[in-house]
Each structure stands twice: as C-alpha cells, then as structure tokens.
Design a binder for this molecule. Structure first.
Ligand code: SF4
Length: 372
C-alpha cells in the first residue's frame, strides 16, 4: 500500500474483522498503549465492531496526561517570573495544575508562547539574550530526541539563557508496572509503533517472556490496529507470548541509532512520577550531568511545591485502564474539553477527550458501525 487512506480501506478492514472473529473463542483483554491508538479506535468505532469477547483497555500512553501535577505547578511558577519567556507546545497550556493553568498565567501577564518545535524556543533564546527562555519538554521516546538535540545545540552554540523543563517518560517500565499491578486485567499489548521507530524492539522480548504477555508493535491507522489485534488474539488463543512487529513500514528492530545516541548523550534514566499513577522506577529521563546546567528545575530552584489534585477526577484509573472515561461521574458534566478537570480531557491523545469528541456518552454498543 502506498497512500495513508488505503490503511482505512473498508474491504480490507472487514476481512481483518472476519479473521479476528474466526480465531476468537474466549474473552481477551488487550491494552493499546498509546493515546493516538485510542483516538483511532474510538474515532473509527473499532472497539464496537470487534467480537464481544475482545475488550480493549485504553493505556497510559498520552504524554500530556501523565505529566505529573508537580511539574505542571513548577511550569506555572517558572512561567510567572518576569524575566522568563516560557515556551510550550499548545496542548500543555490548558492542562490544569493546582488551581490554574498556563493560559491563566498568560492572561495574568506572563510571557507564555506556543511553539511548534523546541528549536523555535532556542531561536527565541538567541533573539532575547537578556531573558531566560524555558522550553517545556514533555513526552515519551518520540519527543525526547528533538528536545535532546535542542539542548545539545544550546551547549554547542553557547546559549546560556536557554533551559529545558524536563518530564520525559519511557514506555517499557510503564508496561512492567501495569503487569505488576494486582488489578491488572491486561493479557496482551498493542505497543506504540512510533516509540519503537525511535527505540526499536529490543526492550520488549524480556517483558513478554517475564509476564508471559504477547506484545505487538502496532501503528495508528485502522488497518494497523486491526492487524495488531488479530496477531494478539492469535497468540493468546495459541498460548504464545512473543513480540511481533505489525508496523514494519516504520519500525526496524534497532529503531533509530542516531536518535538513541542523542538520547543517551543528553539524558540519563531516572525514576519518574506519572500523573494519577505514581512513581514508576526508571521510567523517565532527566538531563545528564554534562547538560545539567540547562535543567530549568535546577536553574530556577523550584522546590517545596504543594500540589492539589481535583477530588473528583478519576484520570488515574482511566490511565491504568481500570475504568472507561464515561464511568467517571464528572464526564461530560463538570468535566468537558472547555472546562477540563483532568489532563485526560485536555490532550488530543487523552482517552476522556476521545470519548467526548466521538460522543461515547454511554457504554459502547457493539452493534453500531463506523469503519468504512
Ligand atoms: S472525565 Fe474529567 S474528571 Fe473524569 S476522569 Fe476524565 S478528566 Fe478526570
């Protein structure tokens, strides 16, 4: 196939649905790791068209959603300083901190700017040598390499007024934590294909073996997701638990060596808190000692933050696949994309936003149809 819309082909989709139906004999619970996959599933009604036995559990792979409240509050604190230009991707501006968000801080006079690349922030730093310029570096293995490259450039070019507020997280430790949870219902994973485009697949065989869980590296278009589900169910029915690459047009086993080299030069692995989930050992990155001078937390000494999470938001349970978004009492009432109580309603990859956007106000009805 050559063009993207061919990956939504209804004839091929029906064939894959038929294959999945033919191979399914028992109930199975599969987790799609990435929020982009969740949006594709809900948007195309894939979960509604699967056999009753197949349950899709939405995973924690939304970078905005898992950025811890403490980091959001630190961003708000740093952005409020008069000598700071605070740069961020747009979707972070509406993520609620303890009582306010970056939009509110901006409306109060702070210099908060939306940029489309961390290199834009670096350029702003070059143009404003008398101001401190901070870029909010969040996300998974996908956004970490360009942020690493920007810090590398800042050091190389000698731009001392640039710094990075880092909240990068890694997928494999999250899969491990999900499988170690006593509440875990996941029997197979659709791993995030774009993460593997960077990191390759080497981290997964040990996880699959230790937890006896199939891991299928999966893309984002409807046919990608159906193929991932088909392979996962086929393995489960056969009692297998191996790693398969169902996204070979983008993923090589070794990933991107250049991106991985940049990551290991600029960052070092550390424990990270995930919003709504808690601290997961070795699940994140921070700047390595060689680049610590560009660490905004270090530069601005923001400590002693008192965080205050919404008492009604159940996004932690949503992110762990323990409830579906519409099972939260606030869904679509007190909590909407215009007035989000939790990050999962803000982000374009958040499960709550996906359910709201595609009007999943009730329990999914498997009779309904939308693919094709
Ligand atoms: S619907 Fe809103 S309040 Fe409920 S879990 Fe989602 S983000 Fe939180």
């Amino acid at each position: 196939m050559k063009y993207l819309d061919e990956f939504s082909d209804p004839v091929l989709a029906k064939r894959l649905f038929d294959d999945i139906r033919a191979v399914t004999t028992r109930p199975w619970s599969l987790m799609e790791v990435c929020g982009g996959q969740t949006h594709s599933i809900i948007r195309h009604g894939i979960d509604q068209l699967l056999p009753e036995e197949i349950q899709l559990i939405h995973g924690p792979g939304c970078p905005v959603c898992v950025t811890p409240l403490e980091i959001i509050d630190k961003a708000l604190e740093i952005a409020s300083r008069p000598d700071v230009i605070f740069c961020s991707f747009g979707d972070m501006l509406r993520v609620p901190g303890s009582g306010r968000d970056l939009f509110k801080v901006k409306s109060e006079g702070a210099d908060v700017r939306v940029v489309y690349s961390p290199l834009d922030a670096l350029k702003i730093a070059q143009e404003n040598p008398d101001r401190q310029v901070v870029f909010f570096g969040i996300g998974f293995e996908t956004t970490a390499p360009p942020n690493a490259m920007t810090v590398y450039q800042a050091k190389k070019l000698g731009i001392p007024n640039f710094s990075l507020l880092v909240s990068h997280v890694r997928v494999p430790p999250a899969i491990d934590a999900i499988m170690n949870s006593p509440d875990c219902r996941v029997q197979a994973f659709l791993a995030a294909g774009h993460v593997c485009t960077v990191m390759g697949t080497a981290e997964y065989p040990e996880l699959a073996e230790r937890h006896r869980v199939p891991i299928i590296v999966t893309g984002f278009e409807p046919l990608d997701i159906l193929e991932g589900i088909r392979r996962a169910v086929r393995q489960l029915e056969a009692g297998q638990h191996t790693v398969e690459n169902a996204y070979p047009r983008a993923v090589q086993p070794e990933g991107s060596p250049a991106a991985r080299a940049m990551l290991s030069d600029v960052f070092e692995v550390t424990d990270r808190a995930w919003r709504g989930i808690g601290t997961i050992p070795l699940s994140g990155w921070r700047l390595s000692p060689k680049y610590r001078e560009f660490d905004a937390e270090h530069r601005f000494s923001v400590t002693g933050m008192e965080t205050e999470e919404s008492t009604v938001c159940r996004s932690g349970e949503v992110l762990q696949g323990l409830i579906k978004p519409h099972e939260c009492a606030a869904f679509g009432k007190e909590c909407t994309p215009r007035n989000p109580l939790g990050a999962t309603m803000v982000s374009s990859e958040g499960a709550c936003a996906a359910y709201y956007l595609y009007r999943r106000l009730e329990t999914p009805d498997k009779e309904a149809s939308s693919v094709g």
